[in-house]
Write a protein that binds this ligand. Structure first.
Ligand code: PRP
Ligand code: URA
Length: 209
């Protein structure tokens, strides 16, 4: 059974609050997305295995822990997930990056696929799917379907803001995945936008509206 973790770190909370503000312009929004991605990645990677190696410090020989080589893949859901990739790669530079292209049909709110390119050895990697918003859950469920079809087994998802409806839908369909979020909001409105949310994440990042 996967876990749902809400990061209540004050720095993460502060930065997400700035992102929610409608007066925060795209450049600042992108900078904040990068910073929050770094902070959340630091928390998400807390359980990565380590192994001891022998080195020499300037003082003496020592056995010290290093990462045990768990292979990672970051999979942003296009397009808004792209805003988080650079920050994540700053913390885990050796991670591979796959892409899943999905958009929500404005009428039905159902996800429509337009792109999927994943690392070949995805079955041997820990996958972190990233998207700022978990609203109805349709896009996230489709993204997990894709990576599972390609063989992924160890899957986590990272969102800035999640609606209770999305968490319920995603955990019901994929109970084995871990979910990391910065904030759980109140509900979805009639257009399936998260309330209070931050608006359309893709438009906020790329300045398209
Ligand atoms: C947004 C967001 C998620 C999706 C969440 O993308 O980035 O991918 O909506 O909604 P859901 O949980 O109801 O599926 P959008 O479809 O607006 O595409 P975009 O990133 O290209 O703007
Ligand atoms: N997608 C967004 O970008 N924002 C929402 O509130 C819901 C879906």
């Amino acid at each position: 059974m996967g876990k749902v973790m809400i990061f209540d770190h004050p720095l993460i909370q502060h930065k997400v609050s700035l992102m929610r503000d409608k007066n925060t312009a795209s450049k600042e929004f992108r900078d904040l997305a990068r910073e929050v991605a770094m902070l959340m990645t630091y928390e998400i990677t807390r359980d990565l295995p380590t192994k001891e190696v022998e080195i020499e410090t300037p003082i003496c020989p020592a056995r010290v822990p290093i990462l045990a080589g768990k292979k990672l893949a970051i999979v942003p859901i296009l397009r808004a997930g792209l805003g988080f990739v650079d920050g994540m790669l700053e913390i885990i530079p050796s991670a591979r990056v796959g892409h899943v292209g999905l958009y929500r049909d404005p009428e039905t709110h159902e996800p429509v696929e337009y792109y999927c390119k994943l690392p070949e050895d995805i079955d041997q990697r820990k996958i972190i799917i990233v998207d700022p918003m978990l609203a109805t859950g349709g896009s996230a469920i489709a993204a997990v379907d894709f990576v599972k079809e390609k063989g992924a087994k160890d899957i986590a998802l990272m969102f800035l803001i999640a609606a209770p409806e999305g968490i319920e839908a995603l955990t019901s369909k994929h109970p084995d995945v871990d979910i990391f979020i910065a904030a759980k909001d109140d509900h979805l409105n009639e257009k399936a936008y998260i309330v209070p949310g931050l608006g359309d994440a893709g438009d906020r990042i790329f300045g398209t509206k």
